[in-house]
Design a protein around this ligand. Structure first.
Ligand SMILES: [Zn+2]
Length: 155
């Protein structure tokens, strides 16, 4: 079970600007990276279209989600979690989020009006410690995604 998530400032910035860009609707995406024991290391937060386009829930566009999985696999990474935004409420899972999380063991990162927090569902809602990591720690990692750009329009 994941109890810590490491993420770059640039990815937190991506998520924050997605929140602003899609207001008042929720924005969503996937967190691509690697697992190191119970620590998830996010190497890229990749925005994905919210095909529901609602203010209270989200659905990852299936085609884009599939492309993201393929891309992660090709680069020997995993999708370690999802993120979504709560433009007008706090970064706490809604009832809908909690129900959905119960079928998804990955990390749920929520950017709310009051900040960004991460959670997992493990017989109940658990907060995940979030650490902002420096670029130096990642650049020494093999096959780092930092400089890779997700190819748009892959089919
Ligand atoms: Zn939510």
């Amino acid at each position: 079970m994941i109890d810590e998530i490491k993420i770059f400032h640039k990815d937190l910035t991506t998520i924050q600007s997605e929140l602003e860009a899609h207001k008042p609707y929720e924005a969503c995406g996937v967190l691509i990276g690697t697992l190191d024991g119970s620590t998830a290391i996010v190497e890229k937060a990749l925005p994905i279209t919210n095909s529901k386009r609602t203010r209270r829930s989200f659905e990852l566009d299936p085609k884009e989600h599939y492309d993201a999985w393929n891309w992660a696999e090709k680069n020997e990474k995993e999708i370690i979690g999802v993120y979504h935004t709560h433009p007008v409420s706090s970064a706490v899972p809604s009832l809908w989020d909690r129900e959905t999380m119960q079928n998804d063991p990955s990390v749920w990162l929520i950017a709310g009006a009051d900040g960004i927090r991460a959670y997992v569902w493990d017989n109940g809602l658990k907060a995940v410690k979030m650490t902002e990591c420096s670029l130096i720690s990642i650049c020494s990692r093999p096959n780092c995604l930092f400089r890779l750009t997700f190819p748009t329009g892959v089919s």
